[in-house]
Design a protein around this ligand. Sequence first.
Ligand code: AGP
Length: 610
Amino acid sequence: MCGIVGYLGPRPVLPLLLEGLKRLEYRGYDSAGVAVRSPAGIQVCREVGKVASLEAKVGLERSRFAGTEGIAHTRWATHGVPAERNAHPHRDDKAGIHLVHNGIIENYTTLRKALESKGHSFQSETDTEVLAMLVGELYEGDLESAVQAALKQVTGAYAIAVMAESEPGVMVAARKGSPLMVGLGQGEYVVASDPSAIVAHTTQAFALEDFTVCRLSQDGWRTSNLHNAPVSPKVMELEMKLEEIELGDFPHFMLKEIFEQPEALRNTLRGRFNAEQGEVILGGLQQVGRDLVKARRIVLTGQGTAWHAALVTEYMIEEFARIPCEVQYASEFRYRNPIVEEGTVLVAISQSGETADTLAALEEGRERGAMTLGVVNVVGSSISRMTDAGVYLRVGPEIGVASTKAFVGQVAVGALMAIYAGRRRHLSIEATKHLLVELEAISDKIRAVTAQSDLIRDLVAKVVDRENWLFLGRGYNYPVALEGALKVKEISYIHAEGMPAAEMKHGPIALIHDGMPCVFVAPKGSQHDKVIGNMQEVRARGGRVIAIATEGDEAIVPHAHDIIRVPECPEALSPLLTTVALQLMAYHAAVLRGHDVDKPRNLAKSVTVE
Ligand code: AGP
C-alpha cells in the first residue's frame, strides 16, 4: 500500500523525507516522489521505481530542494499505470496545492468531469490529482477549510497530506479509511502512514480518526472534523523501537523476523497466563470475557495469513471451548448478507489492523449486533480502535511483506482465547495446566526448527527449479499447508497449492508427476497414519515427498525423500512449529531464485484498499 511522509519543523526536510520513505518501502510501491517548500516555491520530484532512484534523481538538483517543510509518497498503483506522471505528489493547476494520498477516491470520475467543465486540465489518470484539483478549486486562501470543503464532496478512502504555495509554515493532513499518524516532536511534526517513519523523531503521536482534519503550523496543531468542529485525538506513546525496524545482521527482514519468533512468542504470552494455576489472563478481554464464554457462535475473519491463523484457531476453539466456530474470508463476509444472530462474536484477525476488507467485515458484523474482538499487532490501528475489545499480538513491527512472526502470534493468541473460554466451560484444570506448560515451552522449541535453516536451504535447492508444489496436511496442519503454499507463492513466485491431505484423491492427485515436490506437514498426531498413507499415494505416482515430521518419528522415514524435524508438542500447538519450517522453505526458495524477499513484486504489506 502507499506510504505517506510529511515534515514541518526547523530541520532540512529532504533527507528526512527520503529516510521516511525508506522506512515505508515495505508497504509495497512502484513509484515515489517528494514536494519541498523552498524559497523559490514548492519544488517537486517524482520517479518510477525504488526510493533509491528518486534519491538519485533529486540529488542531481539538491540545491533546489533546500527547505524545512515537505511531503513525500510511495505509490502502489490503483488508478493509472506506474509512471512519473501518475506518481505523487500531485498538484492542482491554479492555487499551487500539492497533495499526497493513500486510498481510493471512488467518485473521482464524477468530480473530474465537473472540474473539467470548469476548465481544469489533468495531467494524470489518477484519482489523487482530482482531489488536488478539487482542493485548489475550493481554495480561498485557507488550506484547512479548502480541504474540509473538498472532503465533504469525496466518497472513498483517503489519507492525505497537503501544502499550499501561498501558506508557508502550514501543512494539512486528513484521514478516512486509510491509516495516518501525526508525530509530535520538539517544535516539529512528522506525518506518516505508520509509526515506522515517526519513531526516529518522536514517540509521542496520535492516529487520525476517520473524517478528521489536522492543521499543523509553527503556532501549533489542531484537529477538527469536516465541519471544522474541534475533535481531540488520543496522544499515545509509540512503543516501537528503532532497532526493531532495522535489519541488524540479517540479509532480509523476513529472515530476521523468522528468527525473532521465539522472543516474539514470549512477548505475546508474557503476563497472559499462569501455568501452575491453570489460568489465562487476557486483560484486553476483561470487560467481555463472559460474552466470549457464553457465545453461541464465534466467527473468525481475516485475509491471507490471518485467515490461515483463523483456521487453526477454529480447531482450537471447538476442541477446547466446544463453542461452534467458523472462519470466513473478510472479503466474503462483508458482501454475503451474513447471518449474525444473538450471541455471535466476530473476531477480526489482522497484523496491520488496516486491511480494508477486514475493517469492512467488522463494520458489517457490528451493524448486525455482533460483539467484535480484534486480534491485531499494530497498536492504535483502525481495527484495534473499532472493536469492542481485543488482544494485541505484541510480536513487534513486522516489516517483511510475507507474514511470519505475526502468524505465530495470531495462533498463540487464538490458543489463549480458546483455553480461556474452555477453562470456563469444559476444560479441566489439569488439561489447562498441561496445555499452558506446553505452550510456554514452544518458544525454545522454535529454535530447534530455525537451527535447521541451512539443512532446509539445501533441501529446497533440490526442487527450487520446479514450478508447481503441493502442500498437504490434516487437522491442525491443514491450515499450515495453506500457509506454506502462500509463503512460497508470494516470495518465490512458484505456483503452490495447499489442501487437506485427504482431498488429493478427489482430483489434485492427477497433478502428481515425476519429482513434483509434495510437502506433507505431518507431525505426530491423531491422523498420522492417514498422512503416511497419502505420502505413499504420492510416491507411487513419482512425486517427491518432503515431510515436516516430529523428532524421533521413524515411521515416516521410508516414505519421505527429505525430512525436516520439529520437536514433539501437543497436536493443537504443532502449527507454531511446523509453520516455521515452511517459512524457511519459502525464504530459501525466494533467495535461491534471486527475488526481493522483503518486497516481492505486486505485493503490499497492508492491503488498505479493496
Ligand atoms: C501474508 O504473508 C500476506 N502478506 C498477506 O496475505 C496478509 O496476511 C494479508 O494481507 C492480511 O494482512 P493483515 O494481517 O495485516 O490484515
